[in-house]
Design a protein around this ligand. Structure first.
Ligand code: AMP
Ligand code: MG
Length: 319
C-alpha cells in the first residue's frame, strides 16, 4: 500500500520529527556530503528489512552504519591503531571503514548481512550529522534510490524513486561531494580499497606513508555489494568517447563544444563529481526523448577521477 512521504523542513521541528520517525522504526531520507541516504535504526531488524524492501536491494549487500563520532563507532567495531589514524584524519567525512564487528554491538544482522565485519562512517554534512545527534543511535543508510539506479544528490531525486515508499525526506540542499564514500577494509595494519569514493587514494596513501591494496589485487577482500551493473540509466552509455556519433548525446569533461552537458568545462574533478549523478539523470532524459544513447568524454584516472570512472563504468556495464 502506498504511504505518504513527509517532506520535512530542516529546522528544529523537522529534525526532531525525523529523529522520532527513526526511533519508531521508520525510514527517513537525509542529506550527507556524498549522496542522500535512506536511514533506519541499525539496531531494529524490521526497520532495516524495510530499507531493503523500499529499495529492492539484494539482502546479501550489507549497509553502512552512520554514527555521530568515533566514540560511538567504537561501540560497534574494533579499531586497530591504523583504523584510528584513518578515522582521526578523515572523520567526519566521506570515508567508510570496514572493521571487525564487536560481539556486543547489538546491530541488526541484516545490516551486516551476517558478516563478522561492519562498515561504519561519520558523515560531515551538518544536517546528516545533526540528525544523528538528535536520534542518538546508529543509522544504517544506503543511498536513497531504487537499487541499481542512479544515486540521489537532491531531495527531488529521492522522491523520483521513493515517493510513497518511505516515511519522510529531509529537504536539504544538493550534496557537495556528489559521489559515495570511499570504502576501506582495515584488518590490523592491512588496508585495502573496496570502493573508490570521496576521499582519494592519494590522500589515504599520503597519510599512511605506504601504498594500499587495490580491488584488482588477488589478496584484496571483496565487498559483496560491488556488483557490476549499477547506477544504470535507461539509455546505453559509451565511455572514453572523444567524438559523439550522430545517435549519441555527449556528456563532456573539459573543453567540449559538442557536449550536451558538461561535468566540468574547466576540467575540475571535484566539480565533476558533484555534478555526476544529477547530470547523468538529465542527460538520460534527453537521450531517451531523442532515442539516442549517451557518450561520456574521458576522465583522468587520478584523485576523484577514480570514483567517477568507477561509477561510470558500472553505469555502462551490461545489464
Ligand atoms: P551503498 O550503501 O549502496 O553505498 O553500499 C555500501 C557498500 O558497502 C556495499 O558495496 C557493501 O558491499 C559495502 N559493505 C558494507 N558492509 C560491508 C562489510 N562488512 N564488508 C565489506 N563490504 C561492506
Ligand atoms: Mg547505492
Amino acid at each position: 500500500m502506498e504511504q505518504k512521504t513527509a517532506k520535512l523542513t530542516v529546522d528544529k521541528a523537522g529534525m526532531n520529527r525525523a529523529a522520532e520517525l527513526l526511533a519508531a522504526g521508520g525510514l527517513v531520507a537525509f542529506p550527507t556530503e556524498t549522496v542522500y541516504g535512506l536511514g533506519a535504526d541499525a539496531r531494529n531488524d524490521a526497520a532495516v528489512a524495510a530499507i531493503y524492501a523500499a529499495k529492492g536491494r539484494p539482502g546479501f549487500n550489507p549497509l553502512i552504519v552512520h554514527v555521530a563520532d568515533l566514540a560511538v563507532a567504537e561501540k560497534y567495531a574494533t579499531f586497530s591503531n591504523t583504523a584510528r589514524r584513518l578515522a582521526a584524519a578523515f572523520w567526519p567525512g566521506p570515508l567508510s571503514l570496514v572493521l571487525p564487528l564487536r560481539a556486543d554491538a547489538g546491530l541488526s544482522e541484516r545490516v551486516t548481512a551476517g558478516l563478522d565485519s561492519v562498515a561504519i562512517r561519520v558523515p560531515a554534512h551538518p544536517l546528516g550529522h545533526g540528525l544523528l545527534m538528535a536520534f542518538g543511535g546508529p543509522v544504517a543508510a544506503p543511498s536513497a534510490n531504487i537499487s541499481g539506479r542512479v544515486s540521489p544528490t537532491t531531495p527531488a531525486h529521492v522522491l523520483d524513486g521513493l515517493d510513497g515508499r518511505i516515511d519522510a525526506v529531509l529537504i536539504g540542499g544538493a550534496c557537495d561531494v556528489g559521489v559515495e564514500s570511499t570504502i576501506l577494509s582495515v584488518v590490523g595494519d592491512t588496508v585495502a580499497l573496496l570502493r573508490a569514493g570521496g576521499v582519494t587514494i592519494e590522500q589515504i596513501e599520503t597519510l599512511l606513508g605506504a601504498g594500499i591494496r587495490r580491488p584488482a589485487d588477488p589478496d584484496t577482500p571483496q565487498s559483496p555489494g560491488q556488483i557490476a551493473s549499477h547506477y544504470a540509466p535507461a539509455a546505453l552509455i559509451r565511455l572514453n568517447a572523444t567524438t559523439p556519433r550522430t545517435d549519441e548525446v555527449l556528456l563532456g569533461f573539459g573543453e567540449h563544444p559538442q557536449a550536451e552537458l558538461n561535468l566540468s568545462p574547466r576540467g575540475d574533478l571535484a566539480e565533476a563529481a558533484a555534478n555526476l549523478f544529477a547530470m547523468l539523470r538529465r542527460i538520460d532524459a534527453i537521450a531517451t526523448t531523442q532515442e539516442a544513447s549517451i557518450a561520456v568524454a574521458p576522465i583522468p584516472m587520478q584523485g576523484l577521477g577514480l570514483a567517477i570512472n568507477d561509477r561510470l563504468t558500472r553505469a555502462a556495464a551490461p545489464r
